[in-house]
Design a protein around this ligand. Structure first.
Ligand SMILES: [Zn+2]
Length: 159
């Protein structure tokens, strides 16, 4: 029994929960921050090719472009169209806080979801134009970006 739970703990990979991703997509500020992440060598592709819907980093723009056309990504978009699973939903299912639940549903339907939809359209247009002409041979990042990164690591006070 104990052995089982240790194994589970070790192999379980936490990805971002759908309700958090839903929140990201509902906010222009969060989308902008996720699209403009600082160079990070601990992340694939230095953190520059991120799929917000899937909370996943890619090595290259081309890999991201391929991913955006994949079944996995399209299924995720569909999943995110469903109302996110919130504490209010859980409480309502248990028979508590029904008023709070109804208010939350109204808020999602009238405010949050329309925002998310328009953000997603904007995001898609942005990525489509950014990745339109990208090729497999294109380097991950322009060389001067990489040079800047080296400089900022060596001389952090100059930033
Ligand atoms: Zn994706």
């Amino acid at each position: 029994m104990g052995r089982y739970s240790v194994k589970r703990y070790k192999t379980k990979r936490r990805t971002k929960d759908l309700d958090l991703i839903y929140d990201d997509l509902s906010s222009k500020e969060k989308i902008s921050a996720l699209l403009n992440q600082p160079l990070d060598e601990t992340k694939p592709g230095l953190g520059q090719h991120y799929c917000i819907h899937c909370a996943k980093y890619f090595e290259t723009g081309f890999a991201l472009k391929t991913h955006l056309r994949s079944k996995v990504h399209k299924r995720r978009i569909k999943d995110l169209k469903e109302m996110p699973y919130t504490q209010e939903v859980a409480d309502a299912a248990a028979g508590y806080n029904l008023d709070k639940f109804i208010k939350r549903v109204e808020q999602i339907k009238n405010v949050i979801d329309p925002n998310k939809q328009s953000n997603e359209t904007e995001l898609k247009n942005h990525l489509d134009s950014k990745l339109e002409n990208i090729s497999t041979t294109e380097p991950t990042l322009p060389q001067d970006f990489l040079d800047q990164q080296v400089n900022s690591v060596q001389n952090p006070q100059q930033q």
